[in-house]
Ligand binder design. Structure first.
Ligand code: DP6
Length: 415
């Protein structure tokens, strides 16, 4: 084995949005939840983490960079993921480079990790889910870990609960499990991304100056103080999970939308029931709920589902592209761009703008008041920072093209 060598792997992992929420742990250290949850994986082209992990005998310690800036790797959760993957590492041989790493060598070797999110981390869009799932997936590739995706999901879970659902594309269920050691608390794929591919997901990144309570501490407070959380976990979620699985299987949008909205609202009710209460949604979030509710009501059947995580951003799921264009017209009518720059107001699948007939700011200004809106002059310029248009997407993948690596193979440092 050459004295100075470096081996790398790069992976890309999507983020996910829960339609039946995880909120509350029964074991803080192992990250075991109080109820099952279900999520939709988002298209990695729009919302994903890319991670490169490198190993070399010349690295004196483990190091990590996030979006180009070095961060401390001291956190217990990172360490848990690293430890669990290292335990499962196998022999690795790269004949071309003349590198041979024995299973037992991995305990002594250190890694450098560089990770990058293709969406703003500060936007509060489950960046930790994508990031930790990507770390586990990519370390697993580098270390030739042969465990199945269920096992990988249980390792990602120990980094951040919601991360375990980012191990698969499409529709994913995190089964809470019963065992004390967490061995059965794993994610499973309910259906892949092709199963229901006419869904369109529009995210409104809501402007907010408020520092939010982290999910970790928020859910700890809810477990300790909210009687509603107990009722939700024990009585409401179990039957809701079965109905949601059925709705996904049958592509029953009406049922899917009702369950998604109701579950998001109950999660925020649990937050309100926490002492002291936690407010994740703001006036803009409430306005978006009201816009969707009024429209769904006027149509007589749900056109769009909404769901909100631990922050004010709205995730809106439209039944198809046509509905998504009608939704976009309503959203842009109420929340026109502050600086009149339509192009940077929509990221991800920008083609939704032209599909909605919105090519310029003049088109936005000419939008008629939607029929179900009673107060035609209510416009809230600046209350939405921007929109992201996405769709259900695929799970993690390896990026083989070395030019996509985030670590410089000559220096071993983040590029
Ligand atoms: C509201 O997975 O971020 O997004 O396990 O403490 O890291 P930790 O929490 P995290 O919580 C996510 C909560 C949620 C709902 C969900 O994704 O199911």
């Amino acid at each position: 084995m050459a004295a100075e060598w470096l081996l790398m792997a790069t992976g890309r992992t999507p983020t996910n949005i829960a339609v039946i929420k995880y909120w509350g742990k029964r074991d803080e250290a192992l990250i075991l939840p109080v109820n099952d949850s279900i999520s939709v994986t988002l298209d990695p082209d729009h919302l994903s983490a890319t991670t490169t992990v490198a190993v070399s005998p010349s690295f004196p310690s483990d190091r990590m960079w996030l979006n180009g800036k070095e961060i401390a790797l001291s956190g217990g959760r990172f360490q848990s993921c690293l430890r669990e993957i290292r335990k499962r590492a196998r022999d690795v041989e790269d004949e071309k480079k003349g590198i041979k790493i024995k299973k037992e060598d991995w305990e002594k070797l250190h890694v450098h990790i560089a990770s990058y999110n293709n969406f703003p981390t500060a936007a509060g869009l489950a960046s930790s889910a994508a990031g930790l799932a990507c770390l586990v997936f990519t370390l697993g590739k580098l270390m030739n870990v042969k465990e199945d995706y269920g096992e990988l999901s249980s390792i990602a879970r120990q980094g951040s609960g919601s991360a375990c659902r980012s191990i698969y594309g499409g529709f994913v269920k995190w089964c809470m499990g019963k065992n004390d050691d967490g061995s059965d608390s794993i994610a499973v794929q309910l259906a892949d991304e092709a199963h229901w591919d006419d869904l369109v997901i529009i995210i409104a990144v809501v402007s907010s100056k408020q520092k939010e309570t982290s999910s970790t501490s928020g859910m700890r407070d809810s477990v300790e103080t909210s009687p509603l959380l107990q009722y939700r976990a024990q009585t409401v979620v179990p039957s809701r999970i079965l109905k949601m699985e059925e709705a996904i299987k049958k592509r029953d949008f009406e049922s899917f939308a009702r369950l998604t909205c109701t579950d998001s609202n109950q999660f925020h009710a649990v937050c309100m029931d926490t002492s002291p209460p936690i407010f994740y949604m703001n006036d803009t979030s409430h306005r978006i709920i009201s816009l969707v509710e009024k429209w769904n009501h006027s149509e007589g059947t749900p056109q769009v589902a909404y769901t909100f995580d631990a922050g004010p951003n709205a995730v809106l799921i439209a039944r198809n592209r046509k509905t998504a264009t009608l939704l976009l017209q309503r959203l842009l009518y109420c929340f026109p761009p502050q600086d009149n720059d339509l192009d940077s107001y929509m990221v991800g699948d920008k083609s939704i703008l032209s599909d909605a007939g919105l090519q310029s700011i003049a088109d936005v200004e000419a939008l008629p008041t939607p029929p179900e809106m009673k107060t035609p002059n209510q416009k809230f310029k600046g209350d939405v920072s921007y929109f992201i248009c996405s769709r259900p997407g695929a799970g993690p993948k390896v990026l083989v093209d070395e030019s996509q690596a985030l670590i410089d193979s000559a220096t071993g440092l983040a590029k």
